[in-house]
Design a protein. Structure first.
Length: 238
């Protein structure tokens, strides 16, 4: 079973120390939400850094190690503080779990959104806690919008709703920042949960019902809740 938990936002410059804090909290939250992917010792998880070239290195999910990894990313020849600082980690277990966490944050881009993307592949019938994973991204990264989705849902949005990669979207779960949540139609039928800070977590459909996701996406787009951020980017959220 595979799903992708995503959050996106615009321009938000942040120092590397703040990015380290966000990453540390995120990895800690994942360990708490997905205990079956741990080793049962209670120690911080070990991750593999996915490098642009070469095999990458192991990384322990503590702040000193994360700070070092982020500073290493900033030392690359093509790094720019406008683009943001990228880090990609992966963890696999003998029990069949695979978790990949990829973030690009702390920059001041003109067009490319900043992002936090968590891909979870679970073994057999194990069902990851989708709502809690999306809530973690919302709480820890303050995105403009986010979702829980998979290839079938994204293909349906492209084929049936003319969704374009990079534009706001929804999955079977969605997150809307406060300004987007304020545009939610009163008659929208998805279950709403207010998040700390005023955003909304929406329970839109079952994971195996892309048609219902498409219908909700069209409804929210027509209401203005999914309009893209203006370009060049001048803010983090709508």
């Amino acid at each position: 079973m595979r799903r992708v938990v995503r959050g996106f936002w615009g321009l938000r410059p942040e120092p590397v120390q703040r990015l380290t804090e966000r990453w540390h909290l995120t990895l800690d939250r994942l360990a708490g939400l997905l205990p079956a992917a741990g080793d049962g010792t209670g120690r911080p998880w070990t991750w593999r850094v996915v490098a642009a070239s070469g095999p990458g290195e192991d990384l322990t999910a503590d702040e000193p190690s994360l700070l070092s990894a982020l500073r290493s990313a900033q030392s690359a020849e093509d790094w720019s503080d406008r683009t943001g600082t990228g880090l990609r980690l992966v963890r696999q277990t003998d029990a069949g779990w695979k978790i990949e966490v990829s973030g690009l944050a702390g920059g001041a881009p003109e067009f490319l959104l900043q992002s936090m993307v968590i891909t979870v592949v679970s073994p057999g019938p194990a069902v990851p806690p989708d709502a809690e994973l999306l809530a973690a991204v919302a709480e820890l990264w303050d995105p403009d919008f986010g979702d829980v989705t998979d290839d079938d849902v994204m293909d349906a949005l492209e084929d049936d709703a003319e969704w374009t990669v990079g534009d706001p979207s929804v999955g079977w779960l969605a997150y809307l920042s406060p300004a987007r949540a304020a545009l939610l139609p009163d008659d929208f039928t998805g279950v709403r949960k207010e998040m700390q800070g005023g955003g909304l977590l929406l329970d839109i459909a079952a994971p195996d019902d892309p048609e219902a996701v498409v219908a909700s996406y069209v409804r929210l787009r027509e209401a203005g809740a999914l309009r893209p951020l203006p370009r060049p980017l001048d803010r983090a959220t709508l």
